[in-house]
Design a protein around this ligand. Structure first.
Ligand SMILES: *[C@@H]1O[C@H](CO)[C@@H](O)[C@H](O)[C@H]1NC(C)=O
Ligand SMILES: *[C@@H]1O[C@H](CO)[C@@H](O)[C@H](O)[C@H]1NC(C)=O
Length: 389
């Protein structure tokens, strides 16, 4: 995985909390302490020096930047979109106008293969045989980018692609090119300009808006008794009213214009239950609730994992309670205790929410990453174990 992409991603998604993920590792400090007890000051000094050297080497760029001039920020990049995801044609975006990323030529013309700096390959089509991989041998220096926004559970035949790709583009924070379904930006850092179309300041509800007309909603399109989330729902509705919408429930009411966010604005709580539980797999189900000002009740990866994306009080995790009954009780209690409810909403004033539009921001972000990785060789050797980890 490209260390550069990882570093910048970590900075971005942990921006709202002091994560302490950088600097000298605690392991080194701990070793120093252990050594002090067992050997002379000279030995300790030598050890500290060697560790320091080690740490420096660790943080060196993977490859020294040959003649040290900055890569031209706007140097042209041609990015070939190998298939439109799920076979649905979308007009390709103008990266400069939409995302302030200049110098990108996006094309879906397969004839541009030989001259493309990189090819974005969406997993589904090449995994199901709807499309073939591009022909080998590939042009030297060309990057193949693996793009996937499904969880591992819904990512078939992954093992076929070991050592095939050069970069990963997924919702995972440790992807080479990381772009989650949504993320928070501390207020004040919000990028000015048209980018704001996809960035929404969040608001603390006024006293009169705190209590909402309806209690708890769930919009679900893929209902499967094998999903853990359906088991949770079956239990939950024994204790509390849940309004179920979507293909598996009532149709969305007329006034919503098919917009889930508009529906959720009438609700105090929203069930943001992912179809499967995997690292960083946190989808629009969470972010739609946040945007609508409802308190999300989440089921997905661990609470710790959610806390990489949101303040701890911003959501209620199904695992916070030993039983679903306990969860139901807590929601009912909040409903009648505005001061407690407010604790789950007051964080909002400090953030804006950014939801990258599919797939324009993904393409444009990839284009920028390709420019930054120019001249490097990257191979994604262990795609399956990484993606399942
Ligand atoms: C719906 O869930 C089933 C069971 O997990 C899964 O096999 C199927 O791929 C899912 N469909 C979609 C559209 O996600
Ligand atoms: C891309 O990956 C292929 C297959 O592993 C590898 O042979 C090639 O050197 C890589 N190219 C770049 C530019 O990283």
């Amino acid at each position: 995985m490209g260390a550069g992409a990882r570093r910048s991603a970590a900075g971005r998604f942990t921006a709202h909390r002091a994560d302490g993920s950088s600097g000298v590792s605690p392991r080194v400090k701990c070793c120093v302490r252990a050594l002090k007890r067992s050997c002379s000051p000279v030995c300790v000094a030598v050890f500290i020096f060697m560790s320091f050297l080690g740490v420096c080497l660790l943080y060196l760029p993977d490859r020294p930047a040959v003649p040290s001039f900055e890569p031209d920020e706007d140097s042209p990049v041609t990015l070939l979109i190998w298939t439109h995801p799920f076979g649905r044609y979308r007009k390709l975006p103008d990266c400069a106008a939409l995302h302030q990323i200049r110098g990108c030529t996006l094309t879906d013309d397969l004839g541009a293969y030989q001259k493309a700096d990189a090819v974005i390959i969406h997993h589904r089509e090449v995994a199901t045989g709807a499309a073939e991989l591009p022909p080998e041998p590939r042009p030297s220096a060309q990057k193949w980018i693996w793009m996937n926004y499904e969880s591992p559970t819904h990512t078939p035949r992954l093992w076929r692609f070991e050592g095939v790709f050069n970069l990963t583009l997924t919702y995972r924070i440790d992807s080479d090119i990381a772009l989650p379904y949504g993320y928070l930006l501390p207020r004040g850092n919000t990028v000015k300009g048209p980018q704001n179309r996809f960035t929404h300041p969040l608001h603390i509800p006024s006293r009169s808006n705190l209590r909402r007309p309806r209690l708890l909603a769930w919009v679900v399109s893929n209902w499967s008794e094998s999903h853990y989330r359906v088991a949770v729902y079956h239990q939950l509705r024994r204790y509390i009213d849940v309004d179920v919408f979507g293909r598996a429930g009532q149709p969305l009411p007329e006034y919503t214009g098919d917009d889930v966010v508009r529906l959720v604005r009438r609700y105090q709580f929203y069930l943001s239950l992912e179809n499967s539980q995997h690292t960083d797999y946190i989808t629009e189900k969470l972010w739609n609730a946040v945007l609508a000002g409802a308190v999300p009740v989440v089921l997905g990866p661990s609470r710790k994992n959610y806390e990489r994306f949101l303040p701890p009080e911003a959501f209620i995790h199904v695992d916070d309670f030993p039983t679903v009954r306990g969860l139901a009780r807590y929601l009912l209690k909040l409903r009648h205790n505005p001061a407690k409810l407010r604790k789950h909403l007051d964080w909002r004033g400090r953030y804006s929410l950014h939801q990258p539009p599919f797939w324009s921001e993904h393409y444009c972000t990839a284009c920028r990453a390709v420019r930054r990785n120019r001249g490097r060789t990257d191979v994604v050797k262990y795609l399956t174990p990484w993606f399942y980890s």
